[in-house]
Write a protein that binds this ligand. Structure first.
Ligand SMILES: Cc1cc2nc3c(=O)[nH]c(=O)nc-3n(C[C@H](O)[C@H](O)[C@H](O)COP(=O)(O)OP(=O)(O)OC[C@H]3O[C@@H](n4cnc5c(N)ncnc54)[C@H](O)[C@@H]3O)c2cc1C
Length: 445
């Protein structure tokens, strides 16, 4: 049966046949329909997990093994990070890398090679993956790792599901003493200051900055840098020992319906930014907070994507290499300022080095901006693309729904190597997505 489906940004929307994978033995028959793509929790923003036939993995979600001596876990690909946290945090283990939402699957974490606030210190998700099992159209189930079928491994990490369906993921969790984060927030009055703060806080495992992209003049790029470490029990003075791994549950709100798109405009965004910047009275604030508020502040409002109205929104996430990071960011923020195209949520992070075949991260700064869909937006983003490419940067496929094929090809210089591997494991593009069609990945030979 067909249903109407979209991912997190509610754009684009398409009709598709959605079937659930429950057991490994079902996978072959699910592939017979052709034009299939795997879908986790649909937290990519655009069209990466949309196709005429979609295989939903969320019911294929068991933990297969766990070694408490090493933290090595093997799980089915449809398990969510939320489910893993519920099981492992009380036992003193944490995810090695987590994005800004816990509502994604392990398969989605691999396919987008997700990054968190610790890319500069601990790399992307693939850094912690030991092996994968992938169902490929050409060879059925193939086990791959850095040492075994390494071509498939690297084309699958960040390969947006185009090598096949990831069935199992084996990776390493990390030890924590508590479920709390020792957090430090520092106000930066402009862009130069926040970039200096990233450097001087490099020793922190986690860091990111919220940036006010509508501020002009001497406060251009004013930000709040938020850095953190997993708190040691010796640092939890006001918390009872029996609560070290069991913080009070967060109260969750839900956005019950789509807001009218007029609610988010340059005036409301400026007002929000001013309030957010003023919330910390002191230049530096230090405190201890439960991990959920630190890693997943947006998850506290379920369906917050409805805030952008029925037309949906786009997230624009780019990375600018370190060498010209400040110049590139200045040019992008200037362009946003000139056009008054403010983003309600603008997040800046620092990436460390990463040798990628097709994954997004590279050493530099990544900026993520949300824009409600409105007239002129696509043309405006084309101008931002020119700036990003001019600095040798690229856009994140997992957030994209509008970049042109030439922008993809220029940003990802190893596409032909990636395609050779795809040709081997998924020769006739039995597996493909609206993203791969749009970027012509499934059409280039
Ligand atoms: C609020 C929010 C914050 C976010 N923050 C970050 C962040 O900080 N860092 C970051 O990197 N990302 C971030 N993301 C993006 C998100 O982490 C990725 O898009 C992730 O891949 C979504 O996983 P999913 O399970 O929902 O997969 P989907 O969104 O359904 O699919 C994403 C891609 O993974 C593929 N895929 C999924 N499962 C499989 C499988 N079993 N086998 C093969 N391919 C598969 C799909 O085909 C698709 O190409 C954020 C998203 C949201 C909504």
């Amino acid at each position: 049966m067909k249903s109407v489906i979209s991912n997190w940004s509610n754009y684009p929307v398409r009709e598709a046949e959605l079937v659930s994978l429950r057991k490994e033995c079902e996978i072959e028959s699910l592939f017979k329909r052709g034009d299939v793509i795997a879908r986790g929790m649909g937290r990519c923003y655009g069209d990466a997990s949309l196709a005429p036939h979609i295989i939903s993995t969320t019911r294929y979600n068991s933990i297969l093994s766990f070694d408490p001596a090493t933290g090595v876990i093997e799980c089915q690909s449809g398990i969510s990070l939320n489910e893993l946290l519920e099981v492992f945090v009380p036992r003193g283990w944490f995810l090695p890398v987590t994005p800004g939402t816990k509502f994604i699957t392990a398969g989605g974490a691999v396919a987008s090679d997700v990054h968190g606030k610790n890319h500069h210190s601990e790399g992307a998700f693939s850094n912690h993956v030991l092996s994968l099992e992938v169902y490929t159209p050409a060879f059925g189930v193939v086990r791959c790792s850095r040492d075994e079928k390494a071509d498939l491994f690297w084309a699958t990490c960040g390969g947006m599901g185009l090598t096949g369906v990831i069935l199992k993921v084996k990776f390493k969790l990390k030890r924590i003493e508590s479920a709390y984060i020792r957090q430090k927030q520092i106000k930066a009055s402009n862009l130069s200051e926040v970039l200096d703060l990233f450097e001087s806080h490099k020793s922190f495992t986690y860091s990111m900055a919220w940036i006010d992209c509508l501020k002009k003049g001497k406060h251009f790029g004013r930000s709040i840098l938020i850095a953190g470490e997993h708190a040691k029990t010796s640092e939890l003075k006001r918390i009872r020992p029996d609560k070290y791994l069991f913080p009070a549950r967060k109260f969750e709100l839900s956005m019950p319906f789509h807001l009218p798109s007029l609610v988010l405009n340059p005036y409301s965004i400026k007002a929000f930014n001013a309030l957010y910047y003023a919330k910390n009275l002191r230049k530096t604030t230090e405190n201890v907070v439960p991990y959920e508020g630190f890693f997943y502040p947006l998850d506290a409002i379920l369906h917050w994507n409805r805030m952008y109205g029925r037309r949906g929104f786009l997230q624009y996430q780019c990375v600018i290499p370190l060498k010209t990071g400040k110049k590139g960011l200045t040019e992008i923020l200037n362009k946003i300022n000139q056009k008054g195209m403010g983003s309600f949520l603008a997040v800046l992070k620092q990436f460390g080095k990463q040798e990628s075949l097709i994954a997004f991260p590279m050493e530099g700064y990544t900026l993520a901006l949300d824009f409600p869909i409105r007239n002129g937006l696509f043309e405006f983003l084309d101008r931002l693309d020119e700036i990003v490419l001019g600095h040798g940067g690229r856009l994140y496929l997992s957030k994209d729904s509008r970049m042109k094929p030439e922008v993809f090809l220029k940003g990802y210089p190893r596409v032909s190597e990636f395609l050779q591997i795809i040709n081997q494991y998924n020769p006739n593009f039995t597996v493909k997505s609206d993203l791969s069609d749009r970027l012509l990945i499934s059409k280039i030979n």
